[in-house]
Ligand binder design. Structure first.
Ligand code: SAM
Length: 289
């Protein structure tokens, strides 16, 4: 099949169309073509998408598909797709379904036998990883840390033994707080790259240890959009605990090695290169659940 044939807009098909993450010129020819030729566009925020469409002189009916109304909107889009229409899904920026609405709509389409096609383009996570200067051979995507502080700390402690590069999204007003939690969980010497305002005029990549990043962001208020790429743990190798959560790791020492809880906490903290207090707190949180 030639590219021209492949790029024909098909009936009953959902197109996931990536849009720029800051630089309008990152719109691809195929994205413009798909938005121009599909029957309708589902957008996270129709005002944001209207601006993009106007820059490319595209006129197309818009419907909203966003987090809070995604169930009813998803059913409505599915029914139109089943009736033979083609739909392009876009979000405010980047690749739909990556820390953005879309995942549920793709699942719904897959469950109902509707064809889904990706029209690739910008994705902040991939850009940041490539720019990070850290290992790109193996990596994991965490996106935004979820929940309250305790849940975030627990998640970070679970990741302390991860030996692949770890990609996080974070809002500027929470950045300093998140870096402090990361320094506690991963240690202040762990390397990280802070990729700011990618593809925009003020694009910047700051490569620091987490300790130096803490000092930097205490002095310089974080502004703009950030992706944080944290280096994987370098010396965990094939350690027996790499796939255990922190509480599982402590309990391993209690149950299998017969240590008392405090000694088990100490041993797990030593394995992971973490402060004893942080491990103890996390373990208590788990026990009190
Ligand atoms: N779907 C998008 C993608 O493909 O990258 C991500 C959307 S998510 C709601 C928004 C987060 O992505 C921001 O909080 C920030 O962490 C990251 N991000 C988006 N654009 C960025 C940019 N230009 N520079 C740095 N980070 C960006």
């Amino acid at each position: 099949m030639s590219d021209t044939e492949k790029n024909k807009i098909l009936p009953s098909t959902l197109y996931l169309v990536a849009t720029p993450i800051g630089n309008l010129d990152d719109m691809t020819f195929r994205a413009v073509k798909t938005l121009t030729e599909c029957d309708f566009i589902a957008a996270e925020d129709t005002r944001v998408t209207a601006k993009l469409l106007s820059a490319y002189e595209i006129k197309k009916p818009l419907v909203t598909y966003e987090e809070h109304t995604k169930r009813s909107a998803g059913e409505m889009i599915l029914s139109r797709l089943k009736n033979g229409e083609s739909c392009a899904l876009v979000t405010d920026a980047g690749t739909p379904a990556i820390s953005d609405p879309g995942e549920d709509l793709v699942r719904l389409c897959a469950e109902n036998g509707i064809n889904v096609v990706a029209v690739p383009g910008a994705c902040a996570a991939v850009n940041a990883l490539a720019l990070s200067g850290l290992s790109t051979r193996r990596f994991v995507f965490e996106g935004f840390l979820e929940g309250k502080d305790n849940a975030k700390k627990e998640r970070l402690n679970t990741l302390a033994g991860e030996d692949r590069s770890i990609i996080f999204y974070e809002a500027p007003h929470r950045l300093a707080e998140t870096v402090a939690m990361m320094a506690d969980a991963f240690g202040r010497d762990r390397k990280a790259a802070f990729c700011r305002e990618l593809t925009k005029r003020n694009e910047e990549v700051l490569r620091f240890t987490l300790g130096d990043a803490l000092t930097h962001f205490e002095k310089t208020e974080p502004r703009g959009e950030f992706v944080i790429v944290v280096d994987g743990r370098k010396d965990s190798g094939d350690a027996f605990w790499v796939n255990m959560t922190l509480p599982e790791h402590v309990l391993y020492y209690v149950d299998k090695m017969g240590l008392d809880k405090m000694s088990a906490v100490k041993a797990a903290a030593k394995d992971r290169g973490l402060p004893k207090n942080a491990v103890y707190k996390e373990f208590l949180n788990h026990e009190n659940k």
